[in-house]
Design a protein around this ligand. Structure first.
Ligand SMILES: Cc1ncc(COP(=O)(O)O)c(C=O)c1O
Length: 245
């Protein structure tokens, strides 16, 4: 297994932790197979290496199928980190770990704004809304709606090589310069052009991927069916404005 080889050849064998995103965010919504980190965990446990799940993008039900992204992997990580969505725009982030780990952090540690009451209230209010209104279920339903609404136009557009995603984390991979040869090379210039075309149709999307060629679609967790449909229309119009070549 690759991980075993990396540990044996590129480390002293004394590795503190593996930090992973259950679905890579800025990395372009790369989605490992379910259970992938569970398999890694079996190898890492031989080395006493901790597993840290970074849920800044995948947490709070965004993947639809689970509340936390790590739950697709059949493991409980040693530590969990989160931010952004936890405060719904108000500055807030957090880390959760077993007490024997947290109690080992003995260094003096404080922050001027750490634990401020406004952020804590925003976090609590957000959590109540997310749980009370089953936004995880909404992410699942709206994610399916978004993907199926995009499928047809994507399948007939040669420069979109992949439509993938879980829940409300959906990506379009922009590829190729030569449609006839089925080119799958990253095409970042076209991705940038596409983002601009989406803006012209009133829709702001993100970009990522190692080659800057993955369009990231992450609607708010409480998006309604009609908002998703508006997004699909804007994306479809942007694709048409660029052309199918
Ligand atoms: C997956 C992931 N982890 C961590 C961070 C950084 O979070 P913070 O700004 O709270 O340090 C980001 C920021 O975009 C992120 O996407």
């Amino acid at each position: 297994m690759d991980l075993q080889q990396i540990l044996d050849t590129a480390t002293t064998g004394n590795v503190a932790c593996l930090i992973f995103e259950p679905i890579q965010g800025v990395g372009g919504f790369a989605i490992p197979p379910d259970g992938f980190y569970g398999e890694m965990s079996k190898v890492l446990s031989n080395y006493g290496t901790l597993l840290i799940s970074d849920e800044v993008q995948t947490g709070w039900g965004r993947t639809g199928e689970h509340f936390w992204g790590y739950q697709a992997h059949g493991i409980t990580p040693d530590m969990l980190t989160f931010a952004k969505g936890v405060g719904n725009g108000i500055t807030l982030a957090g880390v959760v770990a077993r007490s024997e780990i947290m109690e080992n952090v003995t260094a003096l540690n404080f922050s001027t704004f750490g634990g401020n009451p406004l952020s804590a209230a925003a976090g609590l209010a957000t959590f109540r809304e997310v749980k009370g209104k089953d936004m995880q279920g909404n992410a699942l339903d709206m994610g399916k709606r978004l993907k199926s609404g995009l499928e047809k136009i994507v399948s007939t557009t040669s420069w979109i090589g992949d439509l993938r995603g879980r829940g409300l984390m959906v990506a379009l991979e922009i590829v190729g310069t030569d449609s006839s040869s089925g080119n799958t090379e990253p095409y970042p210039e076209r991705a940038a052009e596409f983002l601009e075309a989406c803006k012209d149709h009133g829709l702001l999307l993100g970009k990522g991927g190692a080659y800057g060629n993955v369009i990231r679609i992450t609607p708010m967790l409480n998006a309604t069916a009609s908002e998703i449909d508006q997004g699909i229309e804007a994306i479809s119009a942007a694709i048409k404005s660029i052309g199918k070549s």
